[in-house]
Design a protein around this ligand. Structure first.
Ligand code: CA
Length: 201
């Protein structure tokens, strides 16, 4: 099997070098881009398995790169952001990033997130499957049932929907906003409680 190919879109040479060495020592192949536009063209030309994306790029906003890639593919994207940019991270996750690392980060942290991202990518292959199993947890999509240690767990339709969303996005960080949108926004009937929360009815 070919080693996974990682596209690094990062203008900071020190961080780029650090990533390069971390990836090389673990046997990943890599492609480097110093700015957003060359990152996008390298993405199209090389079909990487995962993208490490800095948000602060010299030409176009990293968020723009994220949107363009997402329009075309589900390639896992790990956003690299500076400390304190919480809002930016959340926006990136809502726009389809899979995860993020905050500078400064260790090689081990970066590699762990890459492993999770690649697992997520591979889980797309088995999306047609009628079942999901992880250790003692099993979900049957046809029967819409969930089992723990082979014992059925009763879930309300809404709980099932939320579980399904998490299973379909295993390995991916989901924001409160995206869960709310996916689970509640598609629930046909809603009432608004006095405290402003949405409750399905
Ligand atoms: Ca930068």
């Amino acid at each position: 099997m070919n080693e996974p190919k990682i596209l690094v879109i990062e203008d900071d040479k020190t961080i780029q070098n650090f990533m390069k060495i971390s990836l090389k020592t673990r046997g990943y192949s890599y492609i480097l881009a110093d700015n957003g536009l060359s990152g996008i063209s390298l993405f199209y030309a090389n079909h990487p398995d995962l993208i490490l994306l800095d948000l602060g790029l010299p030409d176009i906003d990293g968020m723009e790169v994220l949107k363009q890639v997402r329009r075309q593919s589900n390639t896992p994207i790990i956003v690299v952001s500076a400390r304190g940019q919480e809002r930016e991270k959340i926006t990136a996750l809502d726009e389809g990033a899979d995860d993020y690392v905050t500078k400064p980060f260790s090689a081990e942290e970066l590699l762990a997130r890459i492993r999770v991202g690649l697992r997520h990518k591979n889980s797309f292959v088995s999306k047609q499957s009628t079942e999901f199993q992880l250790d003692y947890f099993r979900m049957d999509f046809e029967k819409r049932k969930v089992y723990v240690h082979d014992k059925e767990v009763h879930l309300t339709p809404l709980e099932y929907k939320m579980m399904l969303l998490l299973v379909n996005n295993s390995g991916k960080v989901l924001t409160h906003h995206s869960i709310q949108q996916e689970v509640w926004a598609t629930t046909p009937q809603m009432i608004t409680s006095r405290c402003g929360y949405l409750w399905p009815i």
